[in-house]
Design a protein around this ligand. Structure first.
Ligand code: ATR
Length: 247
């Protein structure tokens, strides 16, 4: 996606993978400071990089996680484009009822909840481990959905977002109990491997609007490209590259 974007924008340069074990993170950032315009940061480093940066964008600080670093003349500035990228994708697909139920309490869920509550949405948060959901609600916002209330909350929500990793590499796993889906509205699954998760399959069969995990992946990439280059992202080119790669 990023290499297609660079080529389409007529920029030289290359996006490449820098596998980085935890113990090499600080050295890697020194390398980034010297040689790169920016990097994306992914699991498991999204929180660990925070103390190693020179500056933190307020959105990244509020979420407590960084997925994009911009090298501003040797100063490393941490951003989180997952939140804006997620919302960008929702708007694009017309999935903005102002109220949502988010499943999960990891980094992805924190970005999603932040994106929604800062835009005035009402957001319920459910997670397998209640204490993590509690922490998320206290630090980022939304209200806690306890296990006894999950089914009712799912049925009533106009937008359900799966921000857990359930479904990743397992097309038969679902984050919801069998037969439980929103009565109307939409379902977003952030899992993008596979694209066709059980949750999305069931939601589509029930006549609900759906959005797969490539939408947010694209959204966060669009925003990161713009931060690094200062240019508008070639969205159609990036989307095509992503969808081709995902096939
Ligand atoms: P990410 O940064 O991608 O959000 P993460 O921090 O590992 O990843 O979070 C994974 C999320 O998926 C968590 O909400 C996790 O729930 P717990 O907090 O209870 O661990 C959720 N998750 C993973 N496997 C799950 C499963 N089998 N059932 C329910 N939730 C699961």
């Amino acid at each position: 996606m990023m290499n297609a974007a660079l080529a389409a924008a007529g920029l030289s340069g290359r996006y490449r993978l820098l596998p980085t074990p935890a113990e090499a993170l600080a050295a890697r950032l020194a390398e980034v400071r010297a040689e790169f315009a920016g990097v994306n940061v992914t699991v498991p480093h999204k929180r660990r990089v925070l103390p190693l940066l020179d500056e933190l964008d307020p959105v990244a600080a509020a979420i407590g996680a960084v997925n994009t670093i911009v090298n501003r003349e040797g100063r490393l500035v941490g951003h989180n484009t997952d939140a804006d990228g997620f919302y960008w994708a929702l708007e694009r697909d017309g999935l903005c009822p102002g109220e949502a139920l988010v499943l999960g309490a990891g980094g992805a869920a924190r970005a999603v909840v932040h994106a929604l509550v800062t835009r005035g949405w009402l957001v319920g948060v459910y997670n397998r481990t209640l204490a993590r959901a509690q922490g998320l609600v206290e630090e980022v916002g939304g209200w806690l959905v306890v296990p006894q209330k999950l089914e009712k909350a799912v049925r009533r929500t106009p937008l359900l977002v799966n921000a857990t990793s359930v479904g990743l590499d397992d097309p038969e796993a679902s984050p919801l109990p069998p037969g439980v889906l929103p009565e109307s509205g939409g379902v977003v699954d952030l899992v993008y491997r596979p694209l066709e998760t059980r949750l999305l399959r069931e939601a589509r069969a029930a006549g609900l609007a759906t959005q797969d995990g490539l939408a947010m992946l694209l959204g966060q990439g669009v925003r990161a490209f713009e931060l690094w280059t200062g240019r508008p992202a070639p969205v159609a080119v990036m989307e095509r590259a992503l969808r081709e790669e995902g096939r």
